[in-house]
Design a protein around this ligand. Structure first.
Ligand SMILES: Nc1nc2c(c(=O)[nH]1)N[C@H]1C(S)=C(S)[C@@H](COP(=O)(O)O)O[C@H]1N2
Ligand SMILES: [Mo]
Length: 537
């Protein structure tokens, strides 16, 4: 193989050694190829970036769908008559040919100083942006995949067709020209661009496909049937105070707080899912989805709370869950008497350590599969997550859980414990003023002060309110749903003009009064009384 290529000036046309140009011009076919490869990069990168936004944000599929939606009925008739069920394939092939033609032209007309080809790519990109933004339910971020793709495509086109000016022998920097690019360099950049385009496109399609598979799987999910005696009692009207602006007793799935370390929400199907129970057990078991569904589910309404919740914060929510008692599943495996920790792991490797005695003390610790009458939303752990009344989420509520290792606290450490958080963390008694809003202006006279309080698995027995450090007054408690849920309260305040400070504290059913001592969430939860300033006019 000849190795003199670097010294020799290579190119496909017009040798022009007379004017000290370092290399030769690229021929038309090479430039056309450069254009097509750049368009491939636009589409491939666009496909990959579109994954989190759904395929209607992918430049290619957005343009395809918009074409289908906008084409007149007769055109569709013709397409269906001509191509039958291959009409979509025909559309995609047609689009690809059209894009390739424009892209080839773009490559041919690209100039270092006059980037006409880049302009062609921008125009094609605008078509993609227009299509993506006109899909049903589109938001401005749906333009992002096309914009990022076009930027990558322009970069590719310029790398392939333009070369940074080099100094000539006299030391002058020549004006940028449609400068030559050595064949070797062209081939390297071209094959890299092709590889990037294909890899990004394939990866994007694959990820989008597995996401679509998980979405379909969740849509086909059959809610487990819960026996009459295992249903959660309905939320009685007395459980919910009728104060405008108050937090609703049950939190909707779409407004339920979400806390996790997952940059990409795991998208499992029930077929992908299994739960391996191992470690200090009598017999290791792996439950498939079908195995789990063969067990008897129960339904419970339980309030979850995040340890990161600040005093007065809203990282708490109540939902009705259908799930399988964790205790029963552990008993099937047989727990060694020496074990004291259940180390649970999610599909994305997050870990949680939960005291086994708590899981087996009779409380409704669940491996939950539904939330408020639907399959778990993906962000909340589809297809299965833990819910344990009375423990903060980081030590109990593993989402996308796939592995249970029965072990000991002196042998294993979970994700947040390794990062300075507590190893055990029961939920601290808390109370929160929800009404009036922070820094609200209210009229003098009777003002309703209302909120919520929680001490999961102990229950709330009393809530007191005070104004400007005055005497504590008993608030009226809403009916208790159960000791595992929050409890609403209200208090009628005879407000006089001025700026006032409202404070609340709760007492749990162990007669422990919520502590005034303010601590930060780390390591085992915030404490202190929630205080709110209100102006009365
Ligand atoms: N897999 C996984 N599960 C997790 C977490 C996580 O980061 N990854 N975070 C936990 C924490 S800190 C909390 S408070 C709850 C929150 O559950 P939610 O997002 O459904 O409200 O999930 C818990 N389960
Ligand atoms: Mo949390």
């Amino acid at each position: 193989m000849a190795t003199s290529g670097d010294a020799r000036q290579e190119g496909s046309v017009t040798g022009d050694s007379g004017d000290h140009r370092p290399s030769l011009r690229l021929g038309i076919p090479a430039r056309a190829l450069a254009g097509v490869l750049s368009a491939g990069v636009v589409l491939g990168i666009g496909e990959l970036v579109a994954v989190p936004f759904g395929s209607s944000a992918s430049p290619f599929f957005a343009v395809g769908s918009t074409t289908v939606d906008r084409s007149p009925a007769w055109a569709r008739e013709i397409a269906i008559t001509a191509f039958g069920t291959n009409d979509k394939a025909a559309l995609f092939i047609g689009m690809s040919i059209l894009i390739a033609v424009f892209a080839a032209v773009a490559g041919v007309v690209e100039r270092p100083r006059r980037p006409y080809g880049s302009i062609v790519l921008v125009v094609l990109g605008l078509v993609g942006v227009y299509a993506a933004l006109s899909r049903p339910g589109a938001t401005p971020v749906d333009a992002l995949p096309t914009i990022v793709g076009v930027a990558a495509g322009i970069l590719t086109l310029r790398l392939l067709t333009c070369r940074a000016p080099e100094r000539d022998e006299a030391g002058h920097t020549p004006a940028p020209t449609l400068a030559g690019v050595s064949r070797r360099r062209f081939l390297t950049v071209a094959s890299t661009a092709a590889a990037v385009a294909v890899a990004a496109g394939v990866a994007g399609r694959h990820l989008a496909g597995s996401i679509a598979g998980a979405v379909r799987n969740r849509m086909a999910f059959v809610l487990p049937l819960v026996g009459m005696s295992d249903r959660a009692p309905a939320v009685a009207s007395g459980t919910e105070i009728a104060v405008p602006g108050a937090t609703s007793f049950v939190t909707g799935n779409n407004v339920f707080y979400r806390i996790d370390t997952a940059l990409q929400v795991p998208m499992l199907t029930t077929d992908d899912w299994s739960l391996r129970i191992h470690g200090m057990v009598d017999r290791e078991i792996t439950l498939s989805w079908r195995d789990l569904m063969a067990r008897t589910p129960i339904e419970r309404t339980i309030t979850l709370t995040c340890v990161s919740n600040e005093v007065g914060g809203d990282l708490a929510g109540t939902a009705t869950w259908v799930g399988y008692p964790i205790k029963d599943l552990l008993d099937e495996a047989g727990i060694s008497p020496d074990a004291d920790m259940l180390l649970s792991t999610s599909a994305d490797g997050f870990t949680v350590g939960t005291p086994i005695d708590i899981l087996r003390d009779g409380r409704d610790a669940l491996l939950a599969v539904t939330m408020n009458g639907e399959p778990l939303p993906f962000e909340h752990g589809y297809p299965a997550r833990q819910v344990v009344p009375g423990l903060y989420g980081f030590v109990s509520a593993t989402k996308w859980v796939v592995d249970w290792e029965v072990t000991r606290f002196d042998r294993a450490q979970a994700y947040w414990t390794r990062r300075g958080w507590a190893e055990k963390a029961p939920i601290k008694t808390a109370s929160r003023i929800d009404v009036p809003a922070s820094f609200a202006r209210v009229s003098a006279g009777e003002v309703l002060v209302a909120g919520t309080a929680w001490a999961q698995h102990r229950g709330i027995s009393r809530v007191e309110v005070r104004v400007d450090d005055g005497p504590w007054a008993d608030a009226t408690l809403a009916e208790e749903y159960s000791i595992d849920t929050w409890r609403q309260w209200y208090w009628r305040w005879q407000a006089v003009p001025g700026t006032h400070t409202l404070q609340v504290r709760a007492t749990d059913k162990d007669d422990e009064v919520q502590t005034e001592v303010r601590v930060e969430p780390i390591p085992d939860g915030a404490s202190g009384w929630h205080t709110r300033s209100v102006t009365v006019v």
